[in-house]
Design a protein around this ligand. Sequence first.
Ligand SMILES: *Cc1c(COP(=O)(O)O)cnc(C)c1O
Length: 400
Amino acid sequence: MTTNDVQHLEAGHVLQTYRRAPVVFTRGQGIFIYDEDGQQYTDLISGIGAASLGHSHPGLVSAIADQARTLLHTSNLFFHPLQGQLARQLADMSGLSRTFFCNSGAEAVEACLKFAKRHWHTRGDAKRTEIIALEHSFHGRTFGALSTTSSEAYRVPFQPLLPGVQFIPVTVDALKTAVSSSTQAIIVEPIQGEGGIRPLPQAFAEALNEVCARFDVPLIADEVQCGLGRTGKPFYYQKLGLQPDLVAIGKALGGGVPVAAALVNERIASTVSYGDHGSTYGGNLLSCRAALVFLDELINKGLLDHVATIGPQVEKRLRALAERRTEIVEVRGQGLMWGLEVNTDVDAIVDAARNHRLLINRTSGSVVRLLPPLIITLEEIDQALETLEAAFTDVANKKS
Ligand SMILES: *Cc1c(COP(=O)(O)O)cnc(C)c1O
């Protein structure tokens, strides 16, 4: 099938919720991905952070092939050997003792919102009806997650959503004004992803801990994008010193196999009962096997140390790039999660980069986002950034 055939077929039959770039990818290898004509692209977006081990990672490929031959799925009616192992590893990494498995980031957020609410029901406090979320937040597209996502364009067509959600600017004053003994939960991304790669300020994180303790409010950290090694720490909330009661994870966890989870501490876990939540696929053998491979690479095989080591070097490169390019007005991020706020047409930059066979994307209006596979080397980053600079030059030349 040619690119044209693929586009034509989709145009006729796939619900048009995505404005895709006009390229059809058919295979990948490491940080590279190949289109139908065999053209090689450098992938600095890695399936929005999901292809965390790069493409066709040998360990992941053989593990999921083996699992497919052995047993793929049993549902949660029965035990299988992998969920407990995976949950224990996640508990070791996070300090949150229990895991609920699901299939996507939105589902993980949904689960966190339900468990926070359930906790107040169990405690018999009916006044806890308000949820605090942040401006520039993104938590997913299902009704609960969408209710806490700040973009009006995403929310308005689907109103009424969950009642009682308040969006506050990321300031200590706004937080202190908003929180009360009616607050059911506060949900934050330790680094806001879709909202433009915005790390929470340290002072705000400290204020979050303080108000959550003072008003006994469960804190939800949505680490779907910034978690699982992307910043050089297992979780970015750890770097901030945040003390969440619930943590949502997804994206990187399965290396491209759909798997996500809500991690909860005992305070929340002890209020949840049989039947409160569930998922047919959640934590099935295939997805757990993939996640175990990812965590083994991350924790035992040096991937986390690799990101922690190259992250500051990547930052240096990006700050140097911003010195040279007046179009870049701010560099934000950590580890291998970066946003370049630009004062030029971001889509033009993204298109120009793709013409140079470099994949990046736009987020939040004016931000170029880089989420490379965690396996990328500094040499590969250097090459990719040269290409990115060429894309900036192309766009500047076209303008003048
Ligand atoms: C991507 C993302 C989600 C939603 O994840 P899906 O897998 O697309 O449902 C939720 N929260 C954050 C912070 C995300 O980046």
